[in-house]
Each structure stands twice: as C-alpha cells, then as structure tokens.
Design a protein around this ligand. Structure first.
Ligand code: PLP
Length: 376
C-alpha cells in the first residue's frame, strides 16, 4: 500500500498515507550530534560482532533503569534493527520443523522469520471481543509437541493490545514447564499509554533461560533508518547470534552504535514527549473511527496503530479489505494496510504516526468513502 501510495503521490495526487510504520518526528538532535562526533573521532572501523561493549552495557543499563530487569552486557547482542534481532534469534533457536506460536493478528515478519529458520508458525487467534489480548491460556491451547518458541509482541503491531502482567508471568511459568522460549518483542514498549508495567524481572526469574527480549531503537528514538536493535537473553543464545553476524554482516555500523548508546544513556524526556504525543493522537483517532457507523475498534493501549473492523462494509462488490483499501486509496487518496497481511481479513491498520491535522482529514475522507458504500 505504501508503494501504491507513493506512486500516486509521484503522479501528483495528494495522498494521506497511514500505512507507514515509523515515527514522523526527526531523530533527536543530541543523537545526530553523537553520530557526527563519532565519525570525526574515527569510529569508522569494525566493531565486535555482538556490538560495541559500551553499547551492550548501555542497553543493559536502560533495561535495568526502565524495566527493572537485569541482564549483563554479555547477555546483550546489538543487531541491525529489531528485524535482524528476530531473524537471528529464530536462526539460533529453531531446528527444521519446530513450531512457533504466533498470536494473530500478527506482524508479518514474525511468520517469515520463523519460516526462514525452517520453523512453522502456528497462529493463535486473539479476539476483538477480548481486546485482542494474549493470555497464557490462549497460548497453552496452541502448543504442540514441537513448540520451541512463543512470540509475544506488546504493545502489538497491528492491534495496539498489551499483555497483562499476570498473563505474561503465567506464560513464563508455562514456558519453563513446557520447555519453550518466549520471544518478547518490546518494540513499542516505551510508547505504551499507561496501564500496569510488565514485571520483566519476575518473568525472567520464572522462565529462566527461556526468556528472550527483542528490542530496537527504531521507534523509541525515531531511528528507523539507523538500524539498531538488540537481543537480550541467555549468553549461549547471544553468542550464537553473534556468530551468525560474524559471518554475515560482521557488525552493525560502528558510528551508529555510538549514537545509539547516547540515545539509551542520555535524557529520556524525548521518549516521554513522543509517547505523550502518540497518546494525544490516540485520544483523537480512536473515538473518531469508532464513531463511524458500522465500524468497531479496539482502543490501542500503546504504539501508533489502530485496527478498526470494517467487515460490515464488505459486499459482493467489495468482497475483501484488500479491495476496500484499494478503493479507498483510489477514490479518496487514503492509504491503510488491509488486515489480510496480518492474518485478519475484515480489518485494516491505520498508523497514527502522522500529524493530527492529517488524521482529522483522513477520518473525514474515510467516513465519506464508507458513506458511499452499502452497510451490511
Ligand atoms: N517488531 C515489530 C513488532 C515491529 O513493528 C517492527 C517494525 O515495524 C520491528 C520489530 C522492527 O523494527 P526495526 O527493524 O526497525 O528495528
């Protein structure tokens, strides 16, 4: 959708693109300055495969300060974004034919990273009526004899749902009992809008070696193009990830690692400001979408996506959300991502990482478009 929106923009049309998965703000100036200074200071050579020691330590310090969970720097590998962190963790963990439980709706890369490692994603469907929340019970029903790992993404892309602390803890106990690893993707964790904070140390204590965090600087610090992420977990897994890096990319870009350490160690007010801004946008976008007749919509608890149910607008003429989003783009110049890609036909993902004036105009255009369809 993003590409189609881009093509229409290039052809001169005014397009409101809500398909994007990245903050609309610039990278904070002190982080940029740290990268420039690192270049001038000659930080232009290889780093160790697991990352610069000072960045591994900075990641561990940040998790200790914000999440109150303790990992040693040796239990941290720095990666080329959260995507590579996930890829490496799957490569290191999975054998051919292993099952990985992926709650759905899901971010498509979860399924593909599992498949690339020879595994099989087993989808556990969360329900809109339950706020798309993942529970230990839902996961336990999806376990097989071959389950090697379970993905938890909280807040979730695309639903914005957050797992309850008690459920995550119950899942950690289950992980130890049933011998699977929790791949906990906290990409949007710093952009959660209040609510109970996950007790990661308790989770780690309960799951032991079976708790792995996949994280990234991308969204928290508006650094999507810089490509820095991390894996936190048992040293054996971290070493295996580093071994894979050593013979593929060697290391994440060295001067970028210096800047990422500045992001993690520097004042965190930029993160609080960003989270407050997304919360303000959520306060607008959620009720505005939910007020459109025929649409139901779970209120996102974090991140910058909202995932309305548009099923009642499907018809013989517009049979899928794929078709619906295609038509919306063509007629009103609004780009959403159809739910099919997230394993959730009938829904669409709207990213509110866009200025609020644009969100207002987008909602108006969506309402006008849907108003021209027959409500089933
Ligand atoms: N995990 C989730 C759930 C995401 O949505 C994303 C990006 O959209 C990532 C991980 C990875 O981001 P990056 O590779 O930019 O760090």
């Amino acid at each position: 959708m993003s590409q189609r929106a881009g093509a229409l923009k290039a052809a001169g049309r005014r397009i409101l693109d809500f398909s994007v998965g990245e903050p609309d703000q610039e990278t904070p100036a002190p982080i940029v300055a740290a990268a420039v200074a690192a270049l001038h200071a000659g930080k232009t050579r290889y780093s160790p495969a697991a990352g610069l020691p000072e960045l591994r330590a900075a990641v561990a310090r940040r998790y200790a300060a914000t999440d109150r969970v303790s990992f040693t720097p040796e239990e941290v590998a720095v990666t080329v974004g959260g995507k590579q962190a996930l890829y490496l963790a799957c490569q290191a963990l999975l054998d051919l034919g292993d099952d990985v439980v992926v709650p759905s709706p899901y971010w498509p890369t979860f399924a593909e990273a599992v498949r690339l490692a020879g595994g099989r994603p087993v989808f556990a469907k969360t329900r809109e009526e339950d706020g798309f929340r993942v529970t230990a019970r839902l996961i336990s029903r999806a376990l097989t004899r071959k389950t090697r790992a379970v993905v938890v993404n909280s807040p979730s892309n695309p639903t914005g749902a957050v797992i309850q602390p008690a459920e995550l803890l119950a899942l950690a106990r289950l992980a130890r009992r049933r011998r699977f690893t929790i791949l906990y993707d906290d990409t949007y964790a710093r952009l959660a809008f209040g609510g109970a904070h996950p007790r990661l140390q308790a989770v780690r204590d309960a799951a032991g070696e079976r708790f792995v965090v996949i994280g990234t600087a991308s969204k928290t610090y508006c650094m999507t193009g810089w490509r820095i992420g991390w894996v936190l977990g048992p040293k054996a897994l971290v070493d295996a990830c580093a071994a894979l890096v050593s013979h593929s990319t060697q290391c994440p870009t060295t001067f970028v690692q210096v800047a990422a350490a500045q992001a993690l160690d520097g004042p965190q007010d930029v993160v609080l400001t960003l989270a407050a801004e997304y919360r303000r946008r959520r306060e607008y976008i959620h009720p505005a979408l939910a007020a459109i007749p025929g649409i139901t919509c779970v209120r996102p608890a974090g991140g910058f996506y909202v995932f309305p149910n548009m099923e009642r607008y499907l018809s013989r003429d517009v049979p899928t959300t794929l078709a619906l989003c295609g038509r919306l783009l063509e007629k009103q110049g609004v780009a959403l991502v159809p739910g099919e890609g997230f394993g959730a036909p009938g829904y669409a993902r709207l990213s509110f990482a866009r200025p609020i004036e644009e969100l207002r105009e987008g909602v108006d255009r969506i309402a006008t478009f849907l108003g021209g369809l027959v409500l089933g």
